[in-house]
Design a protein around this ligand. Structure first.
Ligand code: S3P
Length: 166
């Protein structure tokens, strides 16, 4: 089985995932990194040159590949559940954990970041709120939800390990 970290952009999936993997003696993989390797270009370039649909196609392709592996902690991209079928793929060989955070905390973490094509808009905080609202029904499908707002990475990792050991 794998552990899939899902949740909105800027909730700390990669940072938490790396420490969680270390603590659990598992390997770590990041879906966005695998997509970049496969496409041989940045996520921003994939969105700009090939469109979101092509990005989502690549995302499902790499997801299927990593799902064949076992004992991995896998950080996914914030929109992974927007593609039908991806939830079922992950559930077939993994536990899903959502990292949650307030829109304001996400905004603070991402306001100077220009690597997220979906947040290249006039009012970033409004767009974060809109997307969070739209995606909330997807994120709550996870097996466990952990709040990351104003919490240290170690604390978040301990909470996840506590859930997994339960
Ligand atoms: C996306 C989140 C990003 C990346 C892409 C699309 C989304 O990943 O996959 O920009 O739709 O929320 P992170 O959640 O790691 O930022």
């Amino acid at each position: 089985m794998n552990i899939y970290l899902i949740g909105f952009m800027g909730t700390g999936k990669t940072t938490v995932g790396k420490l969680l993997a270390e603590r659990l003696n598992k390997r770590f993989s990041d879906l966005d990194d695998l997509i970049v390797q496969k496409a041989e270009k940045s996520i921003a370039d994939i969105f700009r040159e090939d469109g979101e649909e092509e990005f989502r196609r690549l995302e499902t392709e790499v997801l299927k590949t990593v799902n064949e592996l076992d004992d991995y902690v896998i950080a996914t991209g914030g929109g992974v559940l927007t593609t039908g079928g991806n939830y079922e793929i992950m559930k077939s060989n993994g536990v899903l954990i959502t990292l949650a955070a307030s829109p304001e905390a996400i905004y603070e973490r991402l306001k100077n970041d220009n690597t997220r094509p979906l947040l290249v808009v006039d009012n970033v905080l409004d767009e974060i709120k809109r997307l969070l609202f739209e995606r909330a029904p997807l994120y709550i499908k996870a097996d466990y939800i952990v709040d990351t707002t104003e919490r240290a990475v170690e604390e978040i990792v301990e909470e996840i390990i506590g859930y997994l050991n339960d």
